[in-house]
Design a protein around this ligand. Structure first.
Ligand code: 5GP
Length: 195
């Protein structure tokens, strides 16, 4: 599908972007499909291979980098690689759908740079760094060390917000979801408005 678009949601980990992306995916009229990233990190909680991520060994991930199989990739945390496989975008466009990404800010901006004319890049801003820390702790999926690592990275990520097409402040989830729906439906030209 030549007119397939790319919708990027980027934010510091714990900002609520995954919740927003899942919400949008429920709306069939938006014709979205989720870009399943590849990662070398271990699966967390109930995560399923081929659904949440393609979980690869570090060795396999590096081999795919060598083979030029990634549209973008990044070592988001030490030895934790994440990336978008070119085949993933093709898979979704071939189905006649638009691709929606839940990826980190550097990856998000890379996609925007690769496809400037067909990408909507949205930054999801948490209310504050303190609130972000509370949310990550509540999630109970990571050690304190890992949480601190994510929080430290969040401050740097927040500085990139102005480079995105839009910023959604996730102070109130219901409002953030409506705002996200409206941005995306305008961008893809979906006909049916949300009730
Ligand atoms: P998590 O480990 O919490 O699932 O993800 C850590 C970070 O990596 C998040 O900010 C997530 O959005 C980002 N990420 C996930 N997939 C990709 C990807 O394909 N490329 C890049 N650059 N970052 C990604």
């Amino acid at each position: 599908m030549s007119e397939g678009k790319l919708i990027v949601f980027s934010a510091p980990s714990g900002s609520g972007k995954t919740t927003i992306v899942r919400h949008l995916l429920k709306h069939q009229e938006l014709k979205l499909d989720f870009s399943i990233s590849a990662t070398s990190r271990e699966p967390r909680g109930n995560e399923v291979d081929g659904q949440d991520y393609y979980f690869l060994s570090l060795k396999d991930f590096k081999q795919k980098i060598k083979n030029d199989e990634f549209l973008e990739w990044e070592e988001v945390y030490r030895d934790n690689f994440y990336g978008t496989l070119k085949s993933e975008v093709e898979r979704i466009w071939n189905k006649g759908k638009h691709v929606i990404f839940d990826i980190d800010v550097v990856g998000g901006l890379d996609i925007k740079n690769i496809y400037p004319d067909r990408t909507l890049a949205v930054f999801v801003k948490p209310p504050s760094i303190e609130e972000l820390k509370i949310r990550l702790k509540k999630r109970k999926t990571e050690s304190d060390d890992k949480i601190n690592m994510r929080v430290a990275k969040a401050s740097i990520e927040l500085a990139t917000a102005p480079q995105f097409d839009f910023i959604i402040e996730n102070n109130h989830l219901g409002t953030a979801l409506k705002e996200a729906y409206s941005l995306v439906s305008n961008y893809v030209g979906a006909e049916k408005p949300e009730e």
